[in-house]
Design a protein around this ligand. Structure first.
Ligand code: PGA
Length: 234
């Protein structure tokens, strides 16, 4: 695991955007693993700018997102599908049929999970997975636990995650208590991982770096990944 420090969130985001752009240039039909939340917004702004300048073409790109709230449809303004449409998909020439997130309102939850895991494998696996990190060390919605979950599953969100995410909802009762998420194994099977973290994550980044690999700090598993870089801004 490599760590690169930047002086600002803007610079760190630009560096992450460059990784994604060069990935697309070297393999136009790359499978990008994408993330939502406050952290990646500037990366997506950079991708849209590069697209508008003709520097990158999303025509053949495939995307799979890390997670989606259980119970929210893609039209809900706090769903991750909605976030991705707003911040990236509606603004570049990615084909809608090539963009994938779990369906938050799927009736058959087990089938949705196995279908999503199979889809990721069937399209060739993830070339680059973009990650943020929760204050509790979660990646995707893999919360601290006694074990590392392998595949796509539905996770019960910790109270601290519900509280952190409530800033985007009218009130905390509206925050879903569960979410579909790629498993730790799904993430670890990505060929390359880039994790962007701002200074508000300094304590958890410090723990990831200095602790043993441990499912109570889910991101610590990334130390076993052969090509992970943390883009950290102070
Ligand atoms: P944030 O969320 O980017 O909104 O801080 C990151 C995460 O919870 O993984």
């Amino acid at each position: 695991m490599k760590i690169i420090e930047f002086n600002s969130h803007k610079e760190a985001s630009e560096a992450c955007a460059k990784v994604l752009i060069s990935q697309i240039k070297s393999k136009p039909n790359s499978v990008l693993g994408l993330a939502t939340g406050s952290t990646p917004i500037v990366i997506y702004q950079n991708l849209v700018e590069a697209y508008n300048k003709g520097e990158v073409d999303f025509n053949e790109v495939r995307s799979v997102n890390l997670d989606e709230y259980y119970g929210l449809s893609g039209n809900h303004n706090q769903s991750y599908r909605y976030f991705m449409q707003e911040h990236l998909f509606n603004k570049v020439n990615i084909k809608p049929s090539n963009t994938h997130l779990p369906n938050g309102t799927a009736q058959d939850v087990r089938k949705e999970c196995s279908d999503y895991e199979n889809l990721i494998n069937d399209i060739g696996g993830i070339d680059v997975q973009l990650l943020g990190i929760g204050l509790n060390g979660h990646i995707g919605f893999n919360e601290p636990s006694d074990y590392f979950a392998d595949k796509v599953h539905v996770e019960d969100l910790q109270q601290s995650t519900i509280e952190a995410n409530s800033r985007l909802f009218d009130n905390i009762d509206e925050v879903p208590k569960r979410a579909f998420t790629m498993g730790i194994g799904t993430i670890m099977r990505a060929k390359k991982v880039i994790l962007l973290a701002d200074k508000n994550k300094i304590d958890i980044i410090d723990k990831v770096i200095n602790s043993e690999v441990n499912p109570q700090i889910p991101a610590s598993i990334l130390k076993f990944h052969p090509d992970t870089t943390i883009y950290f801004s102070r």
